[in-house]
Structures are given as C-alpha cells and as structure tokens.
Design a protein. Structure first.
Lengths: 342, 342
C-alpha cells in the first residue's frame, strides 16, 4: 500500500509540473487514408503489430487449427490507463479528485484554511505537493468515500460530461485510442469476452466507460474501496468507506483475474510494468496466447515515455516483451490515428 | 469471522450427530406425470410459485410492458447450498475437507497422533467435535490451502467424481434440484445472466458446477481464500494461502455483487437468512424484481427445516418473505421431482 501511495504522490507531483508547462498543440489525426470497411483494424497501419493480431485471431478461431480455442476460454483482458486511453500528465482519476474538492468546497468552508484542500482551492500546486503522502491520501479518501455507490456514480458522470483535459482541451472520454476500440470490437466479433483489468478505481470506470468500450460493468475489474451494506429501513444502500479494499495492479492483476473470472486470459493488453504479471500469467496459458504491449512513442499526437516515466513506467515489461517476442505496438508508426475522429 | 467460524463448527457438530442417525430411505421421485415439452418448468406443479415466475418473466421481457427490463440489466443471482443443491446433514464442502484429510494422511504420518486429524482418521466424531473451533479451522485451512489453484481444482474434481453422500448414497453432484435447473434454463432462454452467489468456496464450486448448472466460472461468486502470485521462473502459479479473503454470506452477498457485477440483480433465489441481504438488495431495484425463497418442507424426498436449523436457518428471511409477499417455494408441494431422474 505504501508503494502505491508513494507512486500516486510522485505521479501527482510530476503531473502538476507537467500540467504547468505550455500545452502542446494537438495536431489533427491523420484520417486521409480511406478506411476500408472489410479491414477489421482500419486505424492500424500495415506492419508486424497488425499482422500478428490478425494471424493470431484467425488461427485460434479456426476449428481445424491445432491452436483452436473454445469460445468459453476466449478471455481477453486489457489495462485501461495508457492502454485504452491516455494517462498523461497524470492519471485522469486524479484530475477528478481535484475537481471534486473544488465542487465540494461550498459545503466545507473550513477547507479554505485547511490543507491539503486549501492548496487545491488556491490552485497552489507547489503547496499541494508539500502536503506529501498524507495530504494526497486525504484528498483521495475525501473525494472517493463517504457517499453511496449511487451518489459516487452520479458525481463521476457529471464530471466526465463537463471536465476538460488541461492540455488537450477536450473531455477526457475523447482521449480513448481509436485503434484499441477497433481491436476490442474485432476480438468480440470473434467471440472473445473482453475485460478491463485496471489499477484505476472500478466504480470510477463503471460510471462511464461501458458505452465507450462496449464492455459491461461485470467485465470491468479495478481497484476497489471497502464498502458497507446498510438496510436503511427498507431502502438499502452500499456505502463507500475511506479505505482501500484491493489494489488491482502488478501481481494484483492476475490474482483478481483468478478471483473474479476464474480463467486464465488468452489475450492481454497493457502498456506498463504494472501489467507485467498479467502478461506473464497470460503467457503461461496452455492455449496459444497473445501479449500486446502499447509503447508510447508518439510525442506529437500523444506522449512519448517508457523506462524513466513516473506514470506508466515501462522498463521491466519492455525488456521481457523484447526477450519473449511479445507484440510491441509502436504508437507513432503502427497507428494511423490515435483518438477517434471528431 | 468469529461468527462464521462458530457457525461452521455448530454445523459440523450437528452434522455429525445427524449423519450418525439411520439414513432415510430415498423414495424414487415422482416422474409419473408426463413432462410437456412446451412447459419451461415441467418439474414444477401448477400453483402460485410457478405462475408467479412465469408471469414475472413474461412481463419484464415484453417490450410493450411498462415493466420491460433491458437485457443488459437482467441479472439473476442464486445462492447454492440449499437453493440449487442439498446442504444436509451439513454443507457438502465440509465432507470434502474430511475426505481430504483421509486422502492426505499417508503423507502426514504425524496425523495419527495429532488432533484434529487423529479424530478424522479414527472416524471418531465425538473427539472431533471436542477439538472445537480451533480444530475445525485447522481442518479447513489444511485442506483448502497450501496448494496452487490448479492443484486444488484437481483435488475437488477427483473428490466429486468418487465421493458419496452418507445417507443418500449417491454422488453429491446428483443432489442438485431438477426444478431449479429448469428455472436457470428458463431465465437464460429469456436472456437473464445467471450467477451463483454462495457462502461456499468459489474455487470448490468452480471445479465442477459449471457443467451441471450451465454457469461459467466468471459467473460464480463465493467465499475466497487469500492468494499469492509466484512467477516461478516462467511457470507462474497462484498459491492458496491459509487465510480467508472474503466471506460471501449475509451482507457480504450484496457487497460482492456490487464489487464484481456492479449491477443490482432483478431476480434472486435463496433459502436461508444468509441470503436475506441479497434479497433486500434485489427488492430495492428500480426495475420490477423477483425474490424467490426455497422453503425446505419435504422431509421424505429431501429434508424439512427452517427456523431452528443450524444449517440453512430460515427465520428472519421467512418473516420478511411472508411480510413482503416474496415467492416462497414449498418444496413438498411445488416440486414434482426434487433431484434429476437417474
């Protein structure tokens, strides 16, 4: 837990610094290449990544292939932050926490003089960073607990409908990766059951990603808060408590996959060292499996980062992907577009 | 946890007493009534329980009804022990624990002189009961942890293929309720997604119930052990630790439903007070919902017990079912057969 808290803090500090630098102009995505209706992955350039995916799916869905996988075992698990949508300058869920403090401030006049809330309300990022781990945890716990599940869902829905990314200046839900949406569709068209398995909050995701990704809430797995059932005189509610129940990151990913799905994935997508154990677990499937790592190589259309990044660090995972011949998606060269056309 | 441990102990003691009484002769199920192919619930006698179910499903799947429920919200959750299969003289999973001790004894010569194992090996149920809570926990932890997920699955599969119920003298998997199998089928035919939400061990159930109930492992929710991921030099395994991760009973049921499914059920089936919170949660759905309680009224074909039973106690749940007009299945009168014909 300590590690996670530390990571979150580091992310926040880095994020604050980055978000204070001049924003990069967003170039319109290249949509000049005509999209062929018969190509299941039209936003992917021809190349090894695309052909690997197509060859794998064709092989394991062919009843005459020795690698055929029964439909019930076609489990595909995807990380979210940095794999299905962007995660810079820091995880979008932290922007939510900051915006929530501002939205809740009128009910908490004492926050004007109380850290870490004062720093957030003053937009004083330097002071906020000085609040350290304790301050950040206070921020997250205050904004992610104390409400019922239903209330929290409403808060996230309202936020996603109005908040804008600080440099891209669009809603966060517009920063999903078009090529990955096509990959999810393609897998589902071939009877794979697609799951999200993310370090992000499960209820944060469930509030809005189902429609975007075509993944129902029961196929979204993430970090959870502890909760409490209250019969409430016949109007039962589930209350969110200020404590983390399970961190769905690193070894937590295969553990949660086993606990909740009970089957080993045959296809896994990720982008960081936090996904490595899920990849290793998938690679050990007795069925032929597919490990896909998104490599952030596009500093113009998205962001470029890997081994030294404090968000989405991709170091040990990159080594093993190269060593074991997993598919490394070169975002700059493999993707015709990054975000969906607007 | 204390409460659960106590309950388990009480169950064991009661179970041991009951299992030492002469076994009731199993009368062959009444299969004289011809089964009509067009009736989705052929093993149910005509009556209020059956007509309630049929009327509900017809109503909520009718697009022109004000009570229509979209397919994505048709979540049906069922308890297992006492709802989908028998649970007397005590939970079948406890028979597994006892049988495992016997199977493992050759690797543990020290058990011949060590309680609680000695009592199990001597078939000395009186001594076993004297070992108390601590002894029982030792028994469960020893037989349900220390192995990998894969090894545990194999152990359960081997047990279910060979073990026989002490009084019914058939495999435990033959003691599922035929009318409930038909209900599960009927709901699925109407695009309900059927789940098991049981106090029993999730991995114990997953090892064999999918085929019987037609429910895949990812729709089985139960009590979980803590686990650990071990990369194991490229042959990763998940190890079962001797500690309980989550008890899926009472308020744990709606909490787990929210954590794992993220949607409130519209249909819930149970048989005891351990299911009451799941029923209450389901009853609070804004969609029209259905609460079905199986009432064990058949002392000849199955067992008769409710308010005073230490296994599957049905007291507060019975009160609320009567008060709120939930459907109470009278096993003796509502079911033509209890178990599948052999």
């Amino acid at each position: 837990m300590k590690k996670i808290q530390h990571l979150v803090l580091v992310s926040l500090v880095i994020g604050l610094i980055v978000s204070c630098t001049p924003s990069v102009n967003v170039k319109p995505d290249d949509v000049s290449t005509p999209i062929q209706t018969k190509d299941p992955l039209p936003s992917w350039n021809e190349g090894e990544s695309k052909s690997n995916v197509l060859a794998y799916v064709t092989d394991v869905t062919d009843k005459n292939s020795p690698n055929f996988i029964p439909i019930s075992d076609r489990i595909a698990t995807f990380d979210n932050d940095g794999t299905l949508w962007s995660e810079q300058p820091f995880y979008f869920q932290l922007f939510f926490a900051i915006d929530r403090v501002k939205a809740m401030a009128s009910e908490h006049p004492e926050w004007k003089d109380t850290q870490p809330f004062k720093a957030v309300l003053d937009n004083d990022m330097e002071s906020l960073a000085k609040q350290g781990e304790h301050g950040l945890i206070q921020l997250v716990m205050t904004t992610h607990s104390g409400s019922t599940q239903k209330e929290f869902e409403t808060e996230v829905k309202e936020w996603i409908a109005t908040a804008k990314h600080p440099s891209k200046n669009v809603g966060y839900d517009k920063l999903v990766y078009q090529p990955m949406l096509e990959l999810l569709d393609y897998l589902r068209a071939n009877n794979f059951k697609t799951y999200i398995v993310s370090g992000g909050g499960v209820d944060f995701m469930r509030a809005f990603v189902s429609e975007i990704y075509g993944i129902p809430s029961e196929q979204i797995i993430g970090t959870r808060m502890k909760t409490e059932f209250d019969y409430n005189n016949g109007n039962p509610v589930i209350k969110r408590l200020p404590a983390i129940d399970f961190v769905d990151d690193k070894e937590g990913k295969p553990l949660n996959i086993q606990k909740i799905i009970g089957k080993k994935p045959v296809f896994a997508g990720g982008n960081s060292d936090g996904d490595l154990q899920m990849m290793q677990w998938t690679a050990s499937n007795t069925h032929k499996s597919f490990m896909l790592y998104v490599h952030h190589t596009d500093s113009v259309r998205e962001w470029a980062y890997d081994r030294d990044s404090h968000i989405g660090r991709f170091d040990k995972g990159l080594d093993q992907a190269i060593q074991d011949g997993w598919t490394l998606v070169d975002m700059k060269n493999d993707w015709k577009v990054v975000y969906p056309p607007r």
